[in-house]
Design a protein around this ligand. Structure first.
Ligand code: FES
Length: 151
């Protein structure tokens, strides 16, 4: 992928509107799965802001990642309904099983673990999303099975 070229195209699409930084960053992350340093510098240059400004925005929003993600993305819900159904314990079990914390990727590049605030599956709490697919009524056994099944 030519990061610089594709970032240019994204900036071209949004540049004219006010508050273009967020939509640009969202598109960049969509395109590459994270915000590469090259893209970050390029965006700063084009929008005439400092690299630190762009970086500040990237680190402020939880959804942006500055490292490439794992092959699989597991998002575990941390919002209230899930918390009340053992979500905290579930999250701990997942972190222990994977040996990583929130926003980290396993050393083999297999899984990135992200916190998420409500997946709209509160009636089936606790919930998680693996590669875009929702899973509810999770417990230690079935979430570990999901992790196990990932290739
Ligand atoms: Fe977890 Fe809504 S609170 S899915």
């Amino acid at each position: 992928q030519d990061i610089e070229k594709e970032t240019t195209a994204i900036v071209d699409r949004h540049e004219h509107r006010e508050g273009s930084l967020l939509p640009i960053l969202l598109d960049v992350q969509m395109q590459f799965g994270y915000i590469p340093e090259v893209a970050l510098r390029h965006i700063a240059e084009r929008l005439n802001i400092t690299r630190a400004d762009v970086h500040g925005t990237v680190s402020f929003y939880h959804d942006f990642r500055s490292q490439p993600g794992g092959r699989h993305v597991l998002k575990v819900c941390r919002a209230e309904a899930c918390q009340s159904m053992g979500g905290e314990k579930l999250a701990e079990d997942v972190q222990t099983a994977l040996g990583i914390n929130w926003d980290e990727t396993t050393s083999d590049g297999k899984v990135t673990l992200l916190p998420v605030f409500c997946l709209g599956l509160c009636s089936c709490a606790p919930a998680a999303m693996l590669d875009g697919k929702l899973h509810g009524r999770l417990d230690k056994a079935n979430i570990l099975a999901l992790i196990e099944e990932m290739k």
